[in-house]
Ligand binder design. Structure first.
Ligand SMILES: Nc1ncnc2c1ncn2[C@@H]1O[C@H](COP(=O)(O)OP(=O)(O)OP(=O)(O)O)[C@@H](O)[C@H]1O
Ligand SMILES: [Mg+2]
Length: 366
């Protein structure tokens, strides 16, 4: 999939812009605060119906305006033409249209325009608690498989009902009722576990390979799945922790406690990885996600690389550019604040690209 044209109106600091992208590499350069990330975020927004940053729709409306509008013109890998338009009004909410026809539910749109973003904000995946990694994994697997999202919704519902029951005065919690919820948690939770396990198994070798390429084989990383269900079935686990659950008044074990474990040279990446190593891992993870989406849906996601030089040394950067060059990764959108260093590395690797200068929300092709 590639975006051919993006139009923005009152989106963050961009009052108005029409951008014609290259189907290969498009680069945006400009000073800090110019609006480069905002352009990348607009592309992401049209794919996911929300900002990639922690910003509400209202916060995306340019200060002093009361609406924003984004429109993207796309061509799929099999030459299907799509136009996606999204408008948000402070008074009237959000409207999303595909080829002029409004969606009934925004969730129907997710997956139509696949995109993968690598951004300095990704560090939360390493530094934050396990729930952020689960959220990322959940959103990735649900894009791929609707059944997963259904299992997740049902699991969370059963979990919250079971927790409500556990909050009742001690002594009044009936075992027979708990068993009903245990069966529901088992049905949906075991499914979730199997699907997470399968996805991490797919990601694991690709992440290791891409990391090796980016780091010039300097160090080795490992991605794995931590779950209490890895070596016990869910019903036995719930039965074994029942007394603890009753005492604590919530469900202490299950897939809602799963985590993705990241290691470098056998040690936790979060503690022992340098900033550049952590960044390299995140890039390898996102590129692996890109590869899996391409394989599963037969459509290459748009690859958004925000702030390309963030934390990477020249060797890794060149390795990354060589890795994503060519047919495999499809369209790439890059931002960086230093035009000279970006263009010199692209020229050195010998990649054709389109270049835009961004200044104070204005976008001009160079
Ligand atoms: N709703 C909004 N209305 C107006 N301006 C906004 C809004 N939201 C963000 N901005 C402004 O957009 C600018 C940030 O743009 P952006 O993050 O795209 O910069 P950048 O070019 O990526 O910079 P850097 O090189 O530092 O990453 C800031 O000046 C910010 O105040
Ligand atoms: Mg930025």
């Amino acid at each position: 999939m590639h975006i051919r044209k993006l139009s923005l109106l009152n989106f963050k600091n961009i009052a108005q812009a029409d951008i014609a992208f290259d189907c290969g590499v498009s680069c945006f350069t400009g000073h800090n605060g110019a609006g480069k990330t905002n352009i990348i975020d607009a592309v992401w927004y049209l794919s996911m119906c929300k900002s990639s940053l922690a910003m509400t729709d209202g916060q995306c409306v340019r200060h002093g305006s009361d609406f924003f509008m984004l429109s993207g013109d796309y061509l799929s890998d099999d030459d299907r033409h799509e136009v996606v338009t999204c408008s948000f009004k402070r008074s009237g909410g959000k409207t999303l249209k595909r080829n002029g026809k409004e969606y009934e539910k925004l969730s129907e749109h997710i997956g139509l325009i696949p995109a993968v973003i690598v951004s300095p904000a990704d560090t939360f995946l390493i530094s934050d608690a396990a729930d952020e990694r689960r959220r990322w994994l959940n959103s990735f697997i649900s894009q791929d498989d609707r059944e997963y999202l259904n299992a997740l919704i049902r699991y969370n519902h059963a979990l919250s009902e079971r927790n409500k029951l556990l909050k009742q005065p001690q002594g009044s919690v009936q075992d027979s009722l708990l068993e009903v919820f245990d069966m529901q948690l088992d049905a949906h939770g075991s499914r979730i576990h199997a699907m997470r396990d399968a996805m991490i198994e797919k990601l694991r070798p690709i992440v290791a390979d891409y990391y090796r390429e980016i780091s010039g084989d300097r160090e080795h990383v490992e991605l794995s799945y931590r779950s209490e269900l890895n070596d016990t079935d869910f019903v036995s686990l719930l039965t074994a922790s029942r007394a603890k659950d009753v005492a604590n008044q919530f469900t202490t074990s299950g897939v809602h406690r799963d985590d993705m474990v990241m290691k470098i040279g056998g040690y936790p990446l979060r503690k022992y990885g340098s900033q550049g190593q952590q960044k390299s891992f995140l890039i390898a993870l996102k590129l692996a996600q890109h590869t899996i989406i391409s394989q599963e849906i037969g459509e290459r996601p748009i690859l958004l690389l925000d702030d390309l030089f963030d934390k990477l040394d020249a060797g890794r950067l060149e390795a990354l550019i060589r890795l994503v060059d060519g047919e495999r990764f499809g369209q790439i959108v890059i931002s960086d604040c230093n035009r000279q260093r970006l263009t010199s590395i692209l020229d050195e690797v010998g990649i054709a690209y389109k270049l835009f200068d961004v200044a104070d929300g204005d976008v001009v092709e160079v």
